[in-house]
Write a protein that binds this ligand. Structure first.
Ligand code: SF4
Length: 213
């Protein structure tokens, strides 16, 4: 079976098992999603959602974030870790969104990457979830699972993104990455994947191997 065929088989299974897969960060505007993703680096989505509940009450627009007092902002986001860098990036990127993009979160990769604290993973998430533009979000789940399944043999997220681009249908890319997160949390977790309960074990190269990456 080719990798493209494997992906289509996985899609059949995942669309049944994880039919409701979506971003697990809470947000109500594109900019709130951007802030939440910036906070999610090295932090769980559940913790980010607790923090943003308070944060988005105090700062209700990109303009509020651009004018935020850095110390006050950092005090709220502290539980997310790396709060000084994240605070600086959130304020700087908000200012740039206002000065260069009319207050709107950009809808293309190049402009998104020009924002402080935004890498390809964040940009692809924004493109897919906000603008419906195909994108592959290569986070720790995607790195781990695509290697285990045998779709790639590579740890570098950018190389994985471009390798997957060739084999994942464009209209499935955003959904596929959300489904990988669900599968990574529920079955194929980092320390102890439950291969015996895995609905795609027949498609996986690393099924039941002793040593996992
Ligand atoms: S068979 Fe095991 S290693 Fe492969 S995807 Fe399923 S849980 Fe992960």
């Amino acid at each position: 079976m080719t990798k493209k065929e494997t992906i289509l088989k996985i899609k059949e299974v995942f669309d049944k098992v994880y039919s409701d897969a979506k971003c697990s960060l809470d947000f109500s505007t594109p900019h709130e999603l951007l802030v939440a993703v910036q906070l999610s680096a090295q932090c769980t989505d559940a913790r980010v959602n607790i923090v943003t509940k308070e944060l988005f009450k105090k700062y209700t627009s990109v303009y509020d974030f651009a004018q935020a007092n850095e110390e006050e902002l950092c005090a709220i986001i502290k539980p997310c870790g790396f709060f000084r860098t994240k605070g600086k990036n959130i304020i700087a990127s908000s200012k740039k969104i206002i000065s260069d993009f009319g207050g709107n979160v950009p809808n293309n990769m190049e402009d998104l990457l020009s924002l402080a604290g935004v890498g390809r993973k964040t940009a692809n998430l924004i493109l897919g979830d906000v603008y419906g533009i195909p994108g592959l979000v290569i986070d720790t789940h995607a790195i781990r699972l695509t290697n285990r399944i045998g779709l790639v043999n590579e740890k570098d997220p950018v190389k994985i993104e471009f390798a997957l681009k060739k084999i994942v249908p464009s209209d499935y890319q955003t959904r596929f990455c959300h489904q990988l997160v669900y599968h990574g949390r529920a079955i194929c977790n980092a320390a102890k994947p439950v291969c015996t309960s895995c609905p795609i074990s027949h498609l996986c190269k690393k099924k039941n191997v002793k040593k996992f990456i």
